[in-house]
Design a protein around this ligand. Structure first.
Ligand SMILES: Cc1ncc(COP(=O)(O)O)c(C=O)c1O
Length: 422
């Protein structure tokens, strides 16, 4: 047994570097706070008494353009009722891991429904989308193997690759030739990891080319459909379905925190892969199961998205209008087809000023800075609750603020690229 009295009086303790030093020296966020440009951890209030896509911030109604509630289901009475009924029937939590006491019949039912929805043999529900990526990539790729990571991956995928004992190699964003070159450079068992819709930029992966290359080189594929499920494909199963390659993707990952109106995540694949993950994906095994209300919320949202296909188009139509209008004004907009409109504003202060002044005018958008995205951007997220009026208000307000801030806009010319210089 260690003698604690000696350990405490040891001179080494007083000279040792304090591991909290990095916290005392972390000044980036405080600098933004002092400059009045800090926009994180805003404390929102109720949605009661608000219009569609509005939420209270203090005593003001804010038009929300930062939420990933793409199908506008988080406030849907049918979904809310399903959550309330689940609490009445099963209580508020399971207080245990799925492996032991934490599996309810509704977890199994949801997994069966999700597997069927994305055309796979089996699915596994995990605590969050982040947990799903982190746990599953680390469990699937091991020492002596290689993970080929698309350049613009979400932090959860990057962290999964870092946690894995496999070697990680990156290929350039949406560059299939580079992916192929990377595969030629290695002969280990390989897992290719990509997002279907890139969460920050809103552009899409070429899953057809990616799965073709994977098949040619004997590699497996893992596709994060966090921003694809519920929005793309004839049944809403995602971009892989839209591109006709659902059966060619080995692992489909999705989250409940976007189109499925709750919190939680899942992966779907063959039965042996899911069986393996059920026993060996550590953050799944050693963590409590998803609470009943979230499970039943996701199930209700899934039922609605299957039966109300019109919801899928609505956010896309609004996003296309905003993209076109902002581009025409000269903002540097990433061209894409998803509900995510990304406006590049490279300079940090300009980016935060733009977001802050938008909020002062009653509109919330996400300011995203590197390394959360490959370049600094204002991320505008469109949902089925937005209408043309909301879109026009956003665009007009952005134009007005850009003028006020002396932003030099360069309207798109024929074949010309729009730009914004702040
Ligand atoms: C592409 C992508 N993957 C995974 C996640 C994590 O999902 P969750 O919010 O369910 O943890 C997100 C959410 O931001 C995401 O955008």
């Amino acid at each position: 047994m260690e003698d604690l009295s000696t350990a405490q009086s040891s001179p080494a303790r007083s000279t040792r570097k304090d591991i909290f030093e990095k916290c005392w020296n972390f000044n980036r966020a405080r600098a933004l706070q002092e400059a009045g440009l800090y926009l994180y951890f805003e404390v929102f209030g109720t949605r009661e008494g608000c219009g569609a896509s509005e939420i209270m911030l203090g005593d003001r109604k804010i038009l929300m353009f930062g939420s990933n509630d793409y199908l506008d289901l988080t406030n849907d009475p049918r979904v809310k009722e399903a959550a309330i009924a689940a609490i009445h029937k099963y209580g508020t939590g399971c207080s245990g891991s799925r492996l032991l006491n934490g599996t309810l019949s509704i977890h199994v039912a949801l997994e069966e429904e999700l597997a069927e929805f994305v055309g796979k043999e089996a699915a596994l529900v995990l605590g969050t989308g982040f947990q799903a990526n982190y746990a599953v990539i680390a469990a699937l790729a091991q020492e002596g193997e290689v993970i080929l990571c698309e350049h613009n991956l979400h932090a959860s995928l990057v962290d999964g690759a870092l946690r894995s004992e496999a070697r990680s190699v990156r290929f350039r964003h949406n560059d299939m030739q580079h992916l192929e070159k990377r595969l030629q450079q290695c002969d280990e068992g390989a897992l290719i990891v990509t997002e279907s819709v890139f969460s920050m930029e809103g552009d899409m992966a070429d899953l057809k080319a990616l799965t073709e290359i994977a098949a040619r080189y004997g590699a497996r594929t893992y596709v994060d459909e966090a921003h694809g499920i519920g929005l793309f494909g004839p049944t809403g199963a995602g971009v892989a379905e839209e591109q006709g390659v659902l059966k060619d993707v080995d692992v489909i990952m999705g989250t409940f925190s976007k189109s499925l109106a709750a919190a939680g995540g899942f992966v779907a694949s063959t039965e042996p892969v899911i069986h393996y993950l059920k026993h060996l994906a550590q953050p799944f095994v050693f963590s409590a199961s998803v609470p009943p209300a979230s499970v039943e919320t996701a199930r209700a949202a899934l039922r609605i998205l299957k039966t109300e296909p019109d919801r899928r188009n609505a956010p896309m139509v609004i996003a296309a209008k905003i993209r076109a209008d902002l581009s025409a004004l000269g903002f540097n907009v990433i061209q894409a087809r998803s509900p995510v409109v990304a406006v590049v504003i490279q300079e940090d202060v300009a980016l935060f000023l733009m977001a802050k002044q938008l909020l002062e005018e009653g509109i919330y958008v996400n300011p995203v800075v590197k390394p959360a995205a490959a370049q600094n951007l204002l991320r505008i997220s469109c949902t089925a609750a937005h209408n043309d009026g909301h879109a026009s208000r956003l665009v007009e307000t952005m134009e007005r603020i850009a003028k006020r801030l002396n932003v030099e806009l360069e309207p798109v010319k024929a074949n010309g690229k729009a730009n914004v210089a702040l």
